[in-house]
Design a protein around this ligand. Structure first.
Ligand code: ADP
Ligand code: MG
Length: 291
């Protein structure tokens, strides 16, 4: 009998691809050639995930969280739409900012943590937390930002402008410092372009991992893929609407189509609850959250 060739990007592509699990690595889905689609923060420290509404960004984050939840990793959420998306994972989050003013506090707290980690490394003569002795090594932190535009856009008031400028500066600084200090960013949004202000290109330069679901506006596709893989820009724009979860990602200078595993809100919530007991408590992050 001839085996039926399955499309790895279809709804029922068969068994999961093999994936070697290690700290800060997550199996996200499959690439077009059936191989494992992984995110490994030790290889690529920060990620940008874009896509129009209902193209699979939240699912992508949920899959990532489900993979990281059992690991010794602190997960921190910034979700300025009232925490509606990332709130699902709250039992497993070490902090959650649900408004821009909370986000400012949280990002500043993360910068304090970064400064502390830098000092620890300097004292030990280490260039990154991974060179510290295991018992001295702080827990890695993955900061998930849903709908980045909410952090940047302002209603024009002086306070709002100051707050978004502070967010932009803090986020860029964290991206610049974080890689060596075990502080990683995942930035998701519908749009990622110059309307977010002059700092956005500098931030993009730090976000080496790129995932571009179907997008309407060429500027966002260009921002997500254009600098690393110009050919991929039109591929991302032509992903059919009927294929949520399909994205274009760049790997070592070339692009691939890939599809995330489906993680339902129920299974994401259950996974967060199952792993709630290992949620790291980071006292420096207690500001601006309920914990
Ligand atoms: N990898 C996937 N496989 C199958 N369906 C998916 C996948 N990702 C998303 N979907 C479907 O698309 C819908 C919208 O996805 P979602 O992640 O909420 O989009 P976004 O956050 O971009 O608005 C989900 O409710 C789900 O039904
Ligand atoms: Mg979403």
């Amino acid at each position: 009998m001839i085996a039926t060739a399955r499309d790895p990007l279809s709804d029922s592509p068969g068994a999961l691809p093999a994936h070697r699990s290690r700290l800060l690595a997550a199996l996200i889905g499959r690439t077009g050639d059936g191989a494992a689609w992984t995110v490994d923060f030790r290889r690529i420290p920060h990620w940008l995930v874009v896509g129009a509404t209902r193209t699979g960004k939240s699912n992508w984050m949920a899959t990532l969280v489900a993979q990281l939840a059992p690991q010794r990793v602190a997960l921190v959420g910034i979700d300025c739409k009232g925490g509606m998306e990332l709130g699902l994972f709250s039992p497993r989050l070490s902090a959650l900012a649900a408004s821009r003013s909370e986000a400012v506090q949280l990002l500043n707290a993360l910068l304090t943590e970064a400064a502390y980690r830098m000092m620890e490394c300097r004292t030990a003569g280490a260039r990154s937390i991974w060179e510290l002795r295991e018992e001295l090594r702080p827990v890695p932190i993955v900061v998930l930002v849903d709908e980045i535009a909410e952090l940047y856009l302002s209603d024009g008031s002086k306070e709002a402008r100051a707050e978004s400028a502070e967010c932009a500066t803090a986020l860029l600084r964290l991206a610049q410092l974080g890689a060596a200090l075990g502080i990683h960013l995942v930035v998701a949004g519908q749009r990622f372009g110059s309307e977010l202000g002059p700092g956005v290109t500098a931030l993009r330069a730090q976000l080496g991992g790129r995932v571009c679901h179907r997008v309407h506006d060429p500027a966002t596709a260009e921002m997500a893929l254009g600098d690393l893989s110009p050919d991929a820009v039109s591929v991302a724009q032509n992903i059919p609407e009927t294929e949520p979860g399909v994205a274009v990602t760049t790997v070592d200078g070339h692009w691939l189509r890939a599809r995330s595993l489906l993680t339902t809100p129920e299974s994401a919530r259950a996974c967060a609850e199952d792993n709630a007991h290992i949620t790291p408590r980071l006292t420096v992050l207690a500001v601006g959250s309920e914990q």
